[in-house]
Design a protein around this ligand. Structure first.
Ligand code: 13P
Ligand code: 13P
Ligand code: MG
Ligand code: MG
Length: 397
């Protein structure tokens, strides 16, 4: 049937309650829009899903990657959902729509986009992963395991069609440049970068040396880098093709049995374990989290999306959920201390610098000897009496 494009586009356009969920009325609206777009011939098929407060549209069509009509459809759907969010006074209505209007491509305007154009195989199993309370680099570790680690993916050793390895494309989100690593040859070089997931993110994985055959794609937008300030987290989405010369479905799911630490929990300012979730139970709760991921499985059949089937809700991920809760207990006890709280560089895009700005005037150079304690205290507060009062209450030496 020719080439088929799978477009997975997500956005947070209003949270119910707080940053916890997508309101059912918003999902109903998106489903209506998708149904109309299929009936009108824009899409071959579409599916509406959610993870936490992020809604995702998984769409198939024949217009290729970055097609203006598809991006416009997603943008307009998010705008309609935003109107519902506004009417219900949901939290952060329109949060991820950073541009005032659609300008030809949805990338760079807030929503996360992961698209790949494929020659549909006789059987085409695809998994779309969506995560909440984290950032695009959260996929680095699972993608590394899926496509580069023979201890995760037996097929890298056993399957002649996979034995040649994969090519990994990494984007530098700060310098806006990209680099390709031919793995396993370049494994150590790849790890130089993807261990810093806040900056270097895996964008695509290709089969062997075939740059036309993307087998995985992620969304890479960082809202704070677009807006220059904290505007919610860049909750990411990714699409991974499976089987017949690619990692088996179980090999693609396997990394999520280990809840690795990711950035983005509570106010986008904390590290926490990525908890695999049921599609119907993906709402964050504790400390607005912990960070979570759902897996939506589809068989693409003549461009139609057969599914979704819930991939991470299975009992075989119960232990990972328990482990994530244990890790959450451990991490939370550090409260506002790093590394539970993100490092200072990452906090630059939060509201913390404003607080530090208010305190700036109280800082004084450290001098050798000199001034007395009352003087120093009064310099450090706006009220000399309060400083003296504090001095009286200090233990005498
Ligand atoms: P395929 O090589 O047909 O994708 O099957 C791999 C497999 O056996 C899954 O466990
Ligand atoms: P979202 O990015 O999912 O809206 O979450 C914001 C947040 O940090 C809640 O604590
Ligand atoms: Mg939100
Ligand atoms: Mg979110």
């Amino acid at each position: 049937m020719g080439r088929v494009t799978v477009s997975a586009i997500k956005a947070d356009v209003g949270g119910y309650v707080g940053h916890g969920d997508v309101h059912p009325d918003m999902l109903d609206q998106a489903r209506l829009d998708v149904r109309d777009a299929v009936a009108g011939g824009l899409l071959i098929d579409g599916s509406v899903g959610a993870c936490g407060d992020d809604v995702n549209l998984v769409m198939t069509h024949q217009r290729g990657v970055d097609a203006e009509e598809i991006h416009r459809f997603a943008w307009e759907t998010f705008v309609e959902m935003t109107q519902i969010a506004k009417r219900l006074h949901l939290y952060g209505a329109g949060q991820d729509l950073l541009a005032d209007a659609f300008s030809g491509n949805i990338r760079g305007s807030g929503p996360g986009v992961a698209e790949l154009e494929i020659d549909e195989r006789p059987s085409e199993p695809v998994i779309v992963f969506a995560a909440d309370k984290t950032e695009p680099g959260a996929w680095n570790l699972p993608l590394y395991k899926i496509f580069c680690d023979p201890f995760n993916t037996a097929g890298l050793v056993i399957d002649t069609k996979m034995h040649g390895g994969f090519t990994v494309e990494v984007h530098d989100l700060i310098e806006h440049r990209r680099i390709f690593f031919r793995c396993p040859k370049d494994l150590y070089d790849l790890l130089v970068y993807i261990g810093t997931p806040s900056r270097y993110v895996i964008k695509h994985v290709f089969r062997g040396d075939e740059p036309d055959e993307p087998v995985a794609v992620t969304s890479t937008s960082r809202l704070s880098l677009i807006a220059g300030r904290y505007v919610g987290k860049d909750d990411p989405i990714m699409v991974v093709r499976c089987q017949s010369g690619l990692p088996a479905v179980g090999e693609v799911l396997e990394p999520f049995a280990y809840p690795h630490l990711v950035a983005g929990w509570m106010r986008g300012s904390h590290n926490g374990p990525l908890m695999p979730c049921h599609m119907d139970h993906s709402q964050p709760a504790r400390f607005d989290g912990p960070p979570r991921v759902v897996g939506m499985g589809f068989q693409v059949a003549d461009g139609k999306l057969v599914g979704p089937r819930d991939m991470l809700g299975n009992a075989s991920f119960d232990r990972a959920r328990e482990k994530a809760n244990e890790i959450a207990d451990y991490m939370r006890r550090m409260g506002p201390f790093e590394p539970e709280r993100l490092p200072a560089e990452a906090m630059e895009y939060t509201t913390l610098p404003q607080v530090a700005e208010d305190l700036a005037a109280r800082w004084r150079p450290i001098e050798a000897g000199g001034d007395s304690l009352p003087q120093r205290l009064s310099e450090g507060t706006s009220d000399t009496h309060a400083a003296e009062d504090l001095l009286h209450r200090l233990p005498r030496s």
